[in-house]
Structure formats: structure tokens, C-alpha cells
Design a protein around this ligand. Structure first.
Ligand code: GLA
Length: 423
């Protein structure tokens, strides 16, 4: 495989100014609660996107996606969402830098010069090994890589948190997914062998050493691409907002899901649902209202439970009780599957298949859902055998190949050392 530097040289007949590497993320626990003001516990892992970048002067962005063999040239200005998906992750963050007045204005030195140079455009080559559509945040890694590279190239002085927030906005506006902050945050802030507890309300974060000793974090990839994922993702977000509003009407002091108890969820949203989850007919206006009310109740119940669960899981991590931690991962999966309804047959199958295995501490679907990976904490000595058995079972039941990745936890987005070496 040719290095990204060589690709850049081949395409642009010039050496890149920087090569930036940005990892994908895993998430130990705290799923679908970043956009609900909860806590998440992600880490950057050993799959990454790398970009090589260099300045231009003609106001164009020349983009090369090495793995796809595609090249696109666009003017720097009046950027709008593009039909080619990967392009949006690049121009989305450029748009952020160009149009977030406060961002550019916050650069103290040489504002005019920087703006002028930035307007000149740039060349960029991208390649990576994060499986696409597998819930491992390849898009966030690309956005963060590009933003970090631009930050270096033009001395823009953005902090990592500013860049995470800008990349999140880019995803909203150019990719149309109303995601939370977790993926970008983790890609940028990752540290070797540490998980990061992010408080998605205050944006304060704490690093936790991951002492897994005899255990490994293993991802099993359903190889199902989440086609439903973005539309259903946005729907979940809306359902949660709807539930929050209903609860706030009765409890005006509630600001976010962080302030809500399960009793309040029951009180405000389960008023017409009996124990079998069937709504009493007299409260119903029509079937759609009924379905929606049940859904809103289920989503909110999950969110409130998951917020509590992560707080307890972090205590397990601090005391080294990985058995208890793993148990909570299984509980999270149950909630994601039956209440939040973002799992799928294949993910449920993979979690169920390891649930009674003494060598598996915990397993659950990870990321947005509707395909992608499960995350598992497995005894190192048992990984090979479990993978072999699971692959055979999965293949037989789902007629699909199972992919697996044994992960190591790595540093976040950074300039690669060999940047200034000459090939
Ligand atoms: C996707 C989003 C994240 C987060 C997860 C679910 O990865 O990009 O912001 O919401 O789904 O936890």
C-alpha cells in the first residue's frame, strides 16, 4: 500500500505540508445519550483516517479519496451539500471555518493574512482503514482530520473542543445527520489506553485508565450497512425532544434529561399505558397517536435509565469491577433493542450468542445502530475460540460473513511524525 505522502506527491507533484491521522471511536457505554445531555464513555481506537494537505492559491479545493479512486475539484466559496457523500465531510468543515464568524474572528494574530491564505484553497488526499458504515465513526474521523489539518496549515488556533463542535455542526448541515458530539469529541481527544467520560451537558471530561488485564475489547461487525440509520437517528432525537417537552410542562424546573427521574417519566408519559404496554382505548385518538405515545415513553425511559447506568458503570471502572461493568453493557443492549429500538436482528443475534459465555464480561450493540458492530469485553485466551464459533453460527443463521477487530485504545487526532520526511 502506497503511503498517503506518495499519493499526494503523485497527484499534486508536490510534498504535503502536513499529514494528519484521526482515529475512529469505540464507546464502552452511554449510547444515544450524547444528544440527550447524558454521559458517554468513548475512546479512540486503532483504525484511522489520514489526510495529506497542502496549500493552493487559486481558491479551489482539490480532493482525492485514494481508497475510492475518486477526485473532485470545487471552488472554496458558496459551498453547499454535494451529491458525493465523502466530499461533504471535507467541505462541511471548510464551510464551518469560512462561515463561523466568531471562529475566524477569534484568531488574534494576522486575521486578514490568514483569511486571505485560507481563501486560496488547498489540495487534500484522504485514505483510511475504518470500515465504512460500521458505526465506527469514519465520517467523524474524516471531519476531524480535515479540520485539524486546516488548523495546522493556517495556524487557526482552534481548540480541540471547538473543532469537535464545528465538526458536529458540519455533520448536521452537510451530511444531514443530527448527531451528538461523542464521535468527534472522542476522535480528537482520545488518549492511549484511556476511556473518556464526557459530560454532554457541561462538556467537562475525565480520562479513565482502561486496565483490562486479561481481557480484550473485541468488535464483531455484522457487515450490515445502516441504511435506515440516519433517518431513524433523527427520528429518535425528535421523539426524545417531544418527551422532554411533555415532562417539562408538568415539571417546569426540568432542564434536560439529566434532571428527570423514572417516576417522572412514568408520571408524564405512561399515564395511558397499562402493564403490557397496550394503551387503554379511551385515551386514544387514533393509532398513530397511540404508537407515537408508546414510542416517546419507551425512548425517554431508556434515556433516563442509561444516564444513571453510565454513572454507575464509571464507578465500576474506577473500582476495577469489570464484571459489574460488563453486566451493565448487556443491560444497555436490552434497552437499545427493546425500548430505543435501534438494534436489528443481526446485532441481537451476536449479543445473545455470547450472553451466557463466562469468558465474555459484557456485550452490546455500539453506535447509532441498525447494523454495524457489537462491542465485547472478552477474556484474551478465549477470543479465538469465541470468534470461530460465533462466525460459524452467524454465517449459518444470517448468511453473512462476520468480521472482527481486536482493538487497542490509541491517541486522538494528531500530526504524524513522518510529516516532514522526504520520500
Ligand atoms: C452516532 C452519533 C453519536 C451518538 C451515537 C449513539 O455515532 O454520531 O453522536 O449519538 O450514534 O450513541
Amino acid at each position: 500500500m502506497l503511503s498517503i505522502r506518495s499519493h499526494f506527491l503523485n497527484h499534486f507533484n508536490d510534498a504535503p505540508a502536513f499529514i494528519v491521522k484521526s482515529p475512529g471511536r469505540i464507546n464502552l457505554i452511554g449510547e444515544h445519550i450524547d444528544y440527550n445531555h447524558g454521559f458517554v464513555l468513548p475512546a479512540a481506537f486503532d483504525k484511522f483516517i489520514e489526510v495529506a494537505i497542502g496549500k493552493r492559491t487559486d481558491g479551489a479545493i482539490h480532493m482525492v479519496a485514494v481508497d475510492l479512486g475518486e477526485t473532485i475539484l470545487l471552488p472554496m466559496h458558496n459551498l453547499t451539500p454535494h451529491a458525493t457523500v465523502w466530499v461533504n465531510y471535507i467541505i462541511g468543515v471548510v464551510d464551518q471555518v469560512l462561515n463561523t464568524e466568531n471562529n475566524v474572528a477569534s484568531i488574534e494574530n494576522n486575521v486578514a493574512k490568514i483569511k486571505d491564505e485560507f481563501n486560496g484553497g488547498f489540495n487534500i488526499c484522504v485514505q483510511g482503514n475504518i470500515p465504512l458504515g460500521a458505526g465506527l465513526s469514519s465520517s467523524a474521523a474524516l471531519e476531524c482530520a480535515v479540520l485539524f489539518a486546516l488548523n495546522e496549515l493556517y495556524s487557526l488556533s482552534f481548540t480541540k473542543m471547538q473543532m469537535a463542535l464545528m465538526a458536529q455542526s458540519a455533520e448536521h448541515t452537510f451530511a444531514g445527520v443530527h448527531c451528538g458530539l461523542m464521535d468527534m469529541f472522542a476522535s480528537l481527544h482520545g488518549e492511549k489506553n484511556k476511556a473518556i467520560l464526557l459530560d454532554c451537558d457541561s462538556l467537562a471530561f475525565t480520562y479513565y485508565p482502561l486496565a483490562l488485564n486479561d481481557y480484550s475489547i473485541v468488535l464483531f461487525d455484522t457487515q450490515i450497512k445502516h441504511a435506515l440509520a440516519s433517518s431513524e437517528y433523527n427520528t429518535r432525537r425528535l421523539e426524545c425532544e417531544q418527551g422532554l417537552k411533555i415532562i417539562q410542562e408538568k415539571y417546569p424546573t426540568v432542564k434536560t434529561f439529566r434532571d428527570i427521574s423514572l417516576e417522572q417519566v412514568e408520571d408524564c408519559l405512561a399515564f395511558s399505558i397499562n402493564s403490557t404496554n397496550e394503551m387503554k382505548e379511551d385515551k386514544l385518538q387514533d393509532k398513530t397517536t397511540k404508537d407515537n405515545t408508546i414510542k416517546v415513553y419507551q425512548r425517554c425511559k431508556y434515556v433516563v435509565e442509561e444516564i444513571k447506568r453510565v454513572q454507575l458503570a464509571v464507578q465500576d471502572l474506577a473500582t476495577g469491577d469489570m464484571q459489574a461493568f460488563g453486566k451493565k453493557m448487556f443491560e444497555t443492549h436490552k434497552g437499545l433493542s427493546s425500548l430505543y429500538e435501534v438494534s436489528c436482528l443481526e446485532l441481537d443475534f451476536l449479543v445473545e450468542a455470547v450472553s451466557n459465555n463466562v469468558n465474555v464480561l459484557g456485550a452490546r450493540m455500539m453506535g447509532g445502530g441498525f447494523g454495524g458492530c457489537t462491542i465485547n469485553i472478552i477474556k484474551k485466551t478465549a477470543v479465538e475460540e469465541i470468534t470461530k464459533e460465533l462466525s460459524a453460527k452467524y454465517n449459518q443463521a444470517m448468511h453473512k460473513e462476520l468480521a472482527m477487530y481486536i482493538t487497542s485504545i490509541e491517541d486522538g487526532t494528531h500530526v504524524e511524525e513522518e510529516t516532514h520526511l522526504v520520500v
